[in-house]
Ligand binder design. Structure first.
Ligand SMILES: [Zn+2]
Ligand SMILES: [Zn+2]
Ligand SMILES: [Zn+2]
Ligand SMILES: [Zn+2]
Length: 355
């Protein structure tokens, strides 16, 4: 059952927003929405059935709901938090799974931000929180959603003006005690750092290569293996650049003949005994132990490709197919966490090749 939303904030006699758990009995408080007097309810009991500290109205006022008060509180407390971070020049980390390129992005939300405004009037819309850069332009907006999603016209405006939309869904009055986590892991972020495809205009996908420090399954010699992870499957062999890159990291990719599929294909090779590593062993003897922390590994961003164009292209298949046995060398798992070197500003600019 969905928990009831309570009025957990009020305005104190100094005009400041205060949480019920920090409020004192006997003081006077008013509702931030309807301005009516509210009474602090704080029993001190924490057992079953006892409500958490909250404020109560003497009488219900039309247009004043706990949801409206929660939206008001979250928005104002979050804006203050952002302001504190700006004043102390403290980073505000943010990360999200990108809806454009399907990989994780992370960065400092405030990298290029100089000021924050609540209900900043953009004429076309009034975002809950606007983040402005040095140039005085709005770079990003934070929309706090309790019951009302941003209007379609607002979304269009943000998109047309290169304003990054960050949406935080607030479902409980307890979320106001979890501000940092809510802003660091927002529900929606409309931004991608990857360059756009020249052909279709969509964001391209990152090709990553992971080099695992393992051992040859046949002779037991130390051996490095290169594994391509590209967000979605793709239908290409290791490119020459990828083979060269792998080689520079001491992973040797060579043509081998497979008895199973009766075809030559590119695979990781042992330099001691010439054995090669097929899909099964690549997963089982390199990738999986690396992910369990048993082997050292390093992941590199090596290039981009466009999954949208591949998807619409002929012959594209998501499953392994025997026509393209080179894909034995491609691991089809998506397990990478965002890394420190991926820390980029959320506010994109053209000079970095981003949106
Ligand atoms: Zn009220
Ligand atoms: Zn992206
Ligand atoms: Zn070997
Ligand atoms: Zn494309």
């Amino acid at each position: 059952m969905k928990e009831q939303i309570l009025y957990t904030v009020a305005i104190d006699k100094n005009g400041k927003l205060i949480k019920a758990k920090d409020a004192e009995k006997g003081d006077s408080y008013s509702c931030p929405i309807c301005k009516d007097e509210v009474i602090l309810r704080k029993s001190g009991n924490t057992g079953k059935g006892s409500k958490r500290p909250h404020f109560a109205h003497h009488a219900l006022t039309p247009n004043c709901t706990p949801e409206t008060a929660l939206h008001y509180a979250f928005k104002n407390l979050l804006a203050s938090k952002v302001e504190q971070h700006l004043e102390s020049k403290k980073a505000l980390p943010i990360s999200w799974l990108c809806e454009y390129c399907f990989s994780n992005h992370s960065g400092d939300l405030l990298k290029k931000i100089k000021s924050v405004k609540i209900e900043h009037n953009l004429i076309a819309c009034k975002p809950d929180i606007a983040l402005l850069g040095n140039d005085g332009n709005v770079h990003a907006v934070i929309e706090v959603v309790v019951t009302h999603k941003p209007e379609e016209s607002a979304l269009k405006y943000y998109q047309a003006n290169n304003i990054v939309l960050i949406q935080i869904n607030v479902t409980s009055d307890k979320d106001i005690d979890d501000l940092e986590n809510k802003i660091s892991n927002p529900d929606i972020v409309r931004a991608c750092f990857n360059p756009k495809c020249e052909d279709c205009g969509n964001h391209k996908h990152k090709v990553q290569m992971t080099i695992v420090d393992g051992f040859c399954w046949k002779c037991g010699a130390a051996m490095k293996a290169a594994i391509i992870e590209d967000g979605q499957d793709r239908d290409v062999e290791f490119t020459n650049e990828e083979i060269q890159f792998a080689k520079s990291k001491d992973a040797i990719i060579q043509l081998h003949y497979s008895q199973t599929v009766h075809r030559k294909y590119l695979a990781n090779s042992c330099t001691s005994c010439d054995a090669f590593v097929g899909n099964h062993y690549l997963d089982e003897q390199f990738l999986e132990p690396a992910m369990r922390g048993e082997y050292e590994f390093e992941t590199y961003d090596i290039s981009y490709y466009c999954n949208y164009c591949l998807n619409s292209g002929e012959g594209y298949t998501k499953e392994f197919d025997e026509e393209h046995p080179q894909r034995l060398a491609i691991a089809r798992v998506k397990i990478w966490k965002p890394r420190a070197d991926e820390r980029v500003s959320i506010i994109t600019d053209d000079s970095t090749g981003a949106q």
